[in-house]
Design a protein around this ligand. Sequence first.
Ligand code: ADP
Length: 645
Amino acid sequence: MAKSGQSSFRRILLSRILLLSVPILLMGVYFTYKKAGSSLQETARQNLTESAIKKGESIRSTIEALQANLITASETVTLKSAPVQIKQKFLTELARQFEQVQCIQLTDLNSRNIIASTCGNQSINQLNRNLKVERWSQTQNLAMLDPSRVTVILASKNSPLVGNFGLGQSNDNRQLTLIFTVPVYDLQGQLRYALSLQSALLELEKPKPGSLVGYTVVIDEDGTILAHPQAERVGSRIEEEEDKDRLKSLIKNAIAGQQNFLHLFSFGKNGVELLAGYTAINSPITTDGNHKWIILAVQSRDYALSDLRELWLVLFTLTLGLIVASILASAYLARELARPVEKLRDYALQQQELHSNIPFPDNLKIREFNQLAEAIRNMVERLKAWAEELENAWKEAQTTNQLKSEFLANTSHELRTPLNIIISCIRLIRDGFCDNREEELEFLANADDAAIHLLAIIEDMLDIAKIESGKLSLLIEPINFSKLLKDAIALQAVPIQQKGLRLQVPELLEPIIVEADASKLRQVLINVLSNATKFTPEGGITVSIRIEDLEINTDNLSSSGKWVIVMVKDTGIGIAPAEQEKLFRPFVMVDGSTTREYGGTGLGLAISRNLMALMGGKITLHSDGKGCGTTVEVSLPVIDKAGFD
Ligand code: ADP
């Protein structure tokens, strides 16, 4: 039944559910991922901007602290007049107090000799040779903690101390290293020494993945990179960077006072995308306060959004799980929905057999399917009932047709026999084959008998035709049943005697009044008596009559009360039980040979039953079987009960 190119309901259901659910699922996951990415980026933006501000603050406060401490130290008597060893001890102690200090040196300004140092005999830088003694001389009367006394310079990349005194790493020059120098006056107020301090302002940083502190990058407002995690970039200019335009606008914004965030694409390793928060601080190496340093907190985008990678893994696993769950759920749902349809299909397919015993699929769990199933069941039952009716009608039509064919054969035989007799008799007389008048009269009497027999057959046929078309009208009136029976027996007495049969009859002294058509009732009784005579080769016929209280349901009416029952019992050929009821149908005889042997049309009993029913009575036939004789009973309700109570 399934055609190629057609898919099953279950498969269509499954594919449609999956087609709808999986894309929605994937879209949900995609948007979740996007949303998480943008909120993580927003967090990174805020954190990196704040981190840049903090870094700037930290650099500024560290510089201020170092300047203040250096000035304080320069004012101590120890540095002014103590012996060299004490001075050395003092400087060592001082260096210990500041973590980020790489070296402190006291240089004699006259001899240019290093008096005391925490980093050996190497000079911190060339500054000492060019010390602005004049400026310091002029400013000796300024307030004690005047930061303008401190000269701050950026340690050059090539400074011998850079890289040797930090944390011992060769790339310490990534850090922002400043050299602070302050004058030291002796007790007489003469400028004697220069106290220098080299300090790395930025600690080596290694932010963890996901950390939003960021690496520190410091850019001078003139575009020089002062500190960068990649040593080779320190000292270079932003014009050399591919991201120069972005960096320039960043510097511009920072100088304008903005503290913000932007993406950089080639400011780190291998063009890795970076996120940078930025702010600006006053440059510590100029005293005018207008020159700015731009502080950047830079983090690679991948590091900053490393949580996103974890989220992606989680989402990926979740999506896979959800897709598998969705396939399983869809399969289950498709099965649950398709099962009732499949059951109904199986049921309907197997109903092709008229008498199939396939159980009806009930309890399909879904109300509409149950209703559909119920409707299908009703329809199938109705169709079956119609089919059975049609089958029966067809069988009946076939039987009737067969019976009619048999009837036609029998009837034509029955008609031909008397007609032949009539023709033969008439021809014998016409052709003068009769010897005398007596012989002629005998032939005429035979022809007359045959004609009467022929007439009886034709009347039977007319009767049954009228009965079948509902056109037979009866004259129902009260009649004396006793008298009618007596007349019928008298009419049949001669043939019974001729066959040498015994005849037993009741006395029939009392009148029994019934409502009936006298001629039709007589016809019924004569038919029963003549059958008994016809089908009894030897023995006898007993007619008896009785009155009974009966409740009888016939086709036309149900009647209770006194009934008169006439019983005609013969010792004849009998009838097999299976044949008995059929004999009341038109044209039915026990078999063709019987009919031929005994004569008849097979209409007598059918006519009798119809006539009795029309008169409110009934006729029944019973035989214990072939050769066991037959009993026929004719019953009618009695209307005049007076004589029988
Ligand atoms: P007919 O007698 O004209 O053939 P009926 O309708 O009267 O038609 O009877 C139908 C058939 O019933 C008979 O052909 C016969 O086979 C059977 N039959 C009727 N009465 C008897 C009987 N008393 N004994 C045996 N068979 C009978």
